[in-house]
Design a protein around this ligand. Structure first.
Ligand code: NDP
Ligand code: AOF
Length: 374
């Protein structure tokens, strides 16, 4: 018998394949095991499509395998309700599955939960909690959608080994290598909005689109955070090439200004946000995120920096996930721009601490996916 962690690890990897397409549903993966071997597998591919358990059963049948008597490993508790698809508990019972091993319980108790108990009541053996932390990490986005009114917020930064994101005069092209940058463009395909600070808007004149040659889907909104709206006459790529997909988060006073009217006439969206009581110079970024979800339907946002916006997002508790692409380069200049900026940290107690949920490389760049340490 193989270590059953291997089965759940495979289910987790399968679940990840649906990331970005299953929203507002969670990513889920499943495998069917008989005699210590994986005989079939499935994952939730997109919202409205069959759930992972049903896909795994279908995979078994397509291979001419009768799933009865198999053990099902599934990252999330099987649903027990009629939503866009029939309850998975029913499909599991009809297939004669002998045992169900669940990674984590569905947090959405009122609608989909109760699958584990329902199966137990129908004499199916059920165990829960295998690779529980990893399975919970898998649905961190879903938890944010369930418990807040904002999108799931990802912060991405390309850094040097000494934690810098640009030279002192603002050059950043390029810190990370081509493979990393392709991955960022891929991320842009499933994040509804890419957010940058005013400093980055002025320094980089960015496009913030996905320009992978094979991609022809919708482009994300471009969001710029700035307390002063730009002069629309001064050429910028965003205002000339994609004004209808550009959003400014600015002060309430600026949102009523002549500039705001001119930008709005171009098709740009201008939102006035309140200042934070605790930090009177800072706009309430959470209010902007909520508007992105309620007005534009964004479920994921990708903040790309720079360091002052990254620091502000972090101080406001709005970084659900941090993705770092670290190039094997050192600038060695203390005045080069830092990945996080905007506060005085006088003690090690002030550190923000993270835990790694995924690590790897894009070519020679180290890649880390991190979450706040609880
Ligand atoms: N390597 C990388 O991954 C990246 C590198 N970069 C580089 O970083 C540099 C820019 O970084 P940095 O100088 O830190 O600037 P930022 O891009 O972080 O912009 C800072 C500005 O954003 C606005 N802002 C951010 N947060 C708030 C808030 N809560 N309330 C109000 N306004 C806010 C303000 O604009 P305003 O002053 O207009 O009011 C502030 O001055 C550039 O050189 C760029 O090339 C940028 C992105 C990614
Ligand atoms: N310098 C840097 C990044 N910079 C980010 O990319 C933006 C430019 O996007 P675009 O105009 O669409 O090409 C820029 O404004 C900043 O947000 N990203 C990375 O992955 N690696 C890098 O080294």
């Amino acid at each position: 018998m193989r270590d059953e962690n291997v089965f759940m690890d495979r289910a987790i990897r399968l679940a990840e394949k649906g990331r970005g397409r299953t929203a507002p549903n969670p990513c889920v993966g499943a495998v069917l095991v008989r005699g210590g071997e994986i005989v079939a597998e499935g994952w939730h591919t997109a919202c409205g499509q069959p759930h992972a358990e049903v896909e795994a059963l279908r995979d078994a049948r397509a291979k001419g395998i009768d799933p009865s008597g198999c053990t099902l490993y599934v990252t999330l508790e099987p649903c027990n309700h009629h939503g866009k698809t029939p309850p998975c508990t029913q499909a599991i019972l009809e297939a004669g599955i002998a045992e169900v091993v669940i990674g984590c319980i569905d947090p959405n108790r009122s609608v989909a939960g109760g699958g584990a108990d329902s199966l137990r009541n129908r004499r199916v053996k059920v165990r829960t909690g295998l690779r529980e932390q990893e399975c919970k990490d898998l649905i961190a986005d879903f938890l944010i959608w369930q418990t807040t009114a904002r999108p799931y917020s990802i912060l991405k930064l390309a850094t040097t080994l000494d934690g810098k994101i640009a030279t002192r005069d603002g050059q950043a092209a390029w810190i990370s290598g081509e493979a990393s940058r392709r991955e960022v463009h891929r991320l842009r395909t499933w994040c509804g909005a890419v957010i940058v600070g005013g400093g980055t808007f002025r320094a980089d004149n960015p496009m913030l689109t996905c320009r992978l040659p094979e991609y022809d889907g919708p482009q994300p909104l471009a969001v710029i955070v700035s307390r002063e709206l730009p002069d629309p006459g001064k050429g910028s790529h965003l205002l000339s090439a994609r004004p209808g997909q550009t959003v400014f988060w600015t002060t309430e006073a600026q949102s009523r200004s002549e500039r705001a009217t001119q930008l709005t006439e171009l098709g740009v969206t201008v939102w006035g946000l309140p200042f934070l009581k605790s930090e009177p110079e800072a706009l309430d970024l959470g209010a902007g995120l909520q508007l992105l979800r309620s007005d534009k339907g964004c479920l994921y946002t990708l903040t790309e920096g720079g360091g002052h916006l990254a620091g502000s997002m972090q101080r406001q508790g709005l970084v659900d996930e941090l993705r770092i692409f670290q190039a094997m380069k050192v600038l060695g200049d203390e005045e080069a721009r830092s990945a996080f900026a905007g506060r005085k940290a006088l003690s090690m107690q002030d550190c923000w601490e993270f835990r790694t949920v995924e690590q790897g490389f894009f070519d020679t760049d180290l890649y880390l996916r991190l979450r706040a340490k609880e």
